[in-house]
Design a protein around this ligand. Structure first.
Ligand code: SME
Length: 156
């Protein structure tokens, strides 16, 4: 297993320990955001958006204050929520419709939070580096997203 894959596997184990049986989705999202922020280098934002009718609404995060609401289908987050697919953007300035919450962001990785076929939100990472994220980061973040869904009741 690669170093990066091992790092994400360790984060999933740590996340499970951090939850300690807690089933509240907000508490668990806050701890996942903090764990990501403390563990992964070269991030300027890490956090959650939750689906609310026609918008994604800001959830627990680390980094600078961010946009509270993202309309359905807009930006990188809205695209991941609308398609149900992970979106990996090497250069956000080349992504049509990118929403610049923090001007320092240059690359971005967004993973949908799926409860069955229902998308309840997204987990979003931003980096000041170009091409900060690769397929291994995407797979690792998808594992953390799955852990959050599986460990939380009454998803927001
Ligand atoms: N850049 C995102 C908006 C959220 S912030 O990065 C925290 C987007 O285009 O959807």
């Amino acid at each position: 297993m690669s170093e990066k894959a091992t790092l994400y596997e360790d984060m999933v184990h740590q996340g499970r320990r951090l939850f300690g049986g807690e089933r509240d989705p907000i508490a668990n999202a806050a701890n996942i955001a903090a764990l990501i922020w403390q563990t992964l280098p070269d991030l300027n934002w890490a956090g959650f958006y939750f689906r609310r009718r026609s918008h994604l609404v800001l959830g627990p995060f680390q980094g600078k204050p961010a946009c509270s609401r993202i309309p359905k289908g807009s930006g990188v987050c809205g695209t991941a929520a609308a398609t149900g697919e992970t979106v990996l953007v090497d250069d956000v300035h080349k992504f049509a419709g990118h929403i610049a919450c923090d001007a320092a962001s240059n690359s971005e990785l967004v993973v949908p939070l799926k409860k069955g076929h229902f998308i309840v939100g997204v987990l979003d990472l931003d980096s000041p580096l170009l091409s900060r994220f690769d397929r291994e980061d995407a797979a690792g973040l998808e594992s953390l997203a799955k852990l959050w869904v599986a460990s939380s009741d009454d998803l927001p």
